[in-house]
Design a protein around this ligand. Structure first.
Ligand SMILES: [Cu+2]
Length: 497
């Protein structure tokens, strides 16, 4: 099926969405000092623009919340004073605010909570990027056009009339010389006004071109698979000249890896891997392809820059046939110990969505609150439970510091989200901002990896889909030292009317 590749190719060409490809919203759940808290940031998608911030205290005792945007390169000293978040009247635990993100780049929003147990802070990183241009409404366009004609027409007439008649006595008629002077003034005035308009247009186009040049595009990558003694090695090369010319800040590791890649077989999503390419040179990352069937694969690779800016690199790659007798020991690199993969059932658009997924070892993963139907912009806290084949709840262990890793993919490839029970943020950028702020209580990191390990459940902070469509969702957990990957299919409807 070539359609996916075609759609995907077009998407790559025009894509300006990121991180979470096609979804800019930031979800975070963790603790601010003594207070458990959930923060949602909805960036405007234009720069400068107003970001919407919602803070929910997950317990009693909070009576004041402030929010403050901090640009990475300006630091806390260069930040505006904190803004008071307003309590939303009928819900005592919910606060909301709007913050201006003035510039392109990496920001953090520092959320301060005050109450009975004192003061707590949490830092939530957010990318300030432009992903769209705002269209002017047709009615406004029409009004402005009419005003422009009136203004220019009126201006030129005034100039002409002044030149022709300003020296008259009342009631006098203009003579030929005066009429001619009026016409010349009309012409000069018209040329002047048109010149002003053209100049204005020129200025506007320049500003707009600058904005467009600053619109977010993920770094361009090229990927291929080569064989080394039958071992399939995937190479990802960053070929974007913004990167190769050294204009972008270097990368930092996120839970110990420079790149986190989801590697998904097309077009039926029946092969899935979460792998970690290793740095070979400034712009080359290599990884051993897991023992999955040959074919076309989609790549979603998350990286975080030294400024806290994170992005997802996307590509597709053709993978040759798997050799069961591949000589892994002779390969020039090793498989990362945290790499995981699974072959699963092909995606069928028509299939009934099921809330139980059978895992590799015979245990099950149940989506406890899977809705029959969901529409975009509806918040839903996702809850999963893993049961051993004996039926008793599994004891979940952290996998790369998290109780679970989740990947959400729309089946046309246009929306991709990678998240954890702590939300959608890059942990690397959060730690970076915390270091910059220099005041954080690092004991909180223990609690951030996830919640309620008892009863084999994991919970993700409320997620809302921002685009309708068909989705496949993968949920990974670690049980008894083994990574298990469950998957679910879900249809997301347009907004309810
Ligand atoms: Cu993850």
């Amino acid at each position: 099926m070539k359609w996916f590749s075609v759609v995907f190719g077009i998407f790559l060409a025009v894509s300006h969405l990121m991180g979470h490809v096609g979804n800019l919203n930031v979800f975070y759940e963790g603790t601010a000092g003594p207070y458990p808290v959930r923060v949602i940031i909805r960036p405007p998608g234009v720069v400068p623009g107003l970001a919407e911030i919602t803070v929910r205290a997950l317990g009693e005792g909070v009576n004041r919340v402030t929010v403050q945007p901090i640009k990475f390169d300006a630091g806390p000293e260069g930040a505006p004073p904190p803004d008071e978040a307003v309590q939303i009247s009928d819900d005592k635990l919910l606060y909301s605010s709007e913050l201006w993100l003035m510039d392109f780049g990496s920001y953090s929003v520092n959320v301060h909570l005050y109450g009975e147990k004192g003061h707590g802070t949490v830092i939530v990183p957010v990318n300030s990027i432009a992903t769209r241009t705002l269209e002017m409404a047709a009615s406004l366009k029409a009004i402005l056009l009419i005003l422009m004609i009136l203004l220019v027409g009126g201006g030129v007439s005034v100039i002409a009339a002044a030149a022709r008649e300003s020296t008259f006595e009342t009631g006098q008629q203009p003579n030929n010389a005066q009429i001619r002077r009026g016409r010349i003034a009309f012409l000069v005035g018209a040329i002047f006004c048109v010149g002003m308009l053209l100049g204005g247009r020129n200025w506007w186009s320049t500003v707009e071109a600058q904005y467009r040049a600053n619109m977010f595009k993920p770094l361009k990558i090229e990927s291929q698979v080569r064989l080394e003694n039958k071992v399939r090695i995937l190479s990802v090369n960053i070929v974007d000249d913004r990167w190769t010319s050294g204009r972008l800040p270097p990368l930092i590791p996120d839970h110990g890896k420079m790149m986190h890649m989801y590697f998904i077989r097309l077009p039926e999503f029946d092969g899935f891997a979460h792998i970690h390419p290793k740095v070979q040179s400034d712009d080359q990352f290599d990884v051993i392809v897991p023992p999955l069937p040959d074919g076309e694969y989609a790549i979603f690779a998350d990286i975080t820059h030294e400024t806290g800016f994170s992005q997802t690199l996307i590509d597709t790659v053709t993978v040759p046939e798997y050799h069961p007798d591949e000589e892994l020991l002779s390969a020039s690199l090793e498989r990362d110990m945290d790499d995981s993969w699974r072959e699963i059932k092909p995606y069928r658009k028509t299939a009934q969505s099921k809330d139980v997924s059978f895992l590799e070892d015979g245990s099950t993963m149940t989506w406890l609150n899977m809705p029959d139907e969901i529409a975009i912009d509806e918040e839903l806290e996702w809850q999963f439970r893993v049961n051993l084949s004996s039926g008793s709840p599994a004891v979940l262990e952290p996998y790369m510091g998290m109780m679970s890793h989740c990947a959400v993919l729309r089946t046309d490839g246009k929306v991709f989200v990678h998240m954890h029970p702590t939300g959608t943020i890059s942990m690397a950028s959060q730690m970076l901002f915390e270091r910059q702020a220099g005041e954080m209580d690092h004991s909180m990191h223990g609690q951030m990896q996830g919640n309620e390990n008892q009863k084999g459940t994991v919970t993700f902070p409320p997620f809302e889909f921002s685009e309708a469509g068909d989705y496949r969702i993968w949920i990974q957990v670690k049980v008894g030292g083994k990574v298990l990957s469950g998957y679910f299919d879900m249809k997301v409807n347009p907004p309810r009317t």
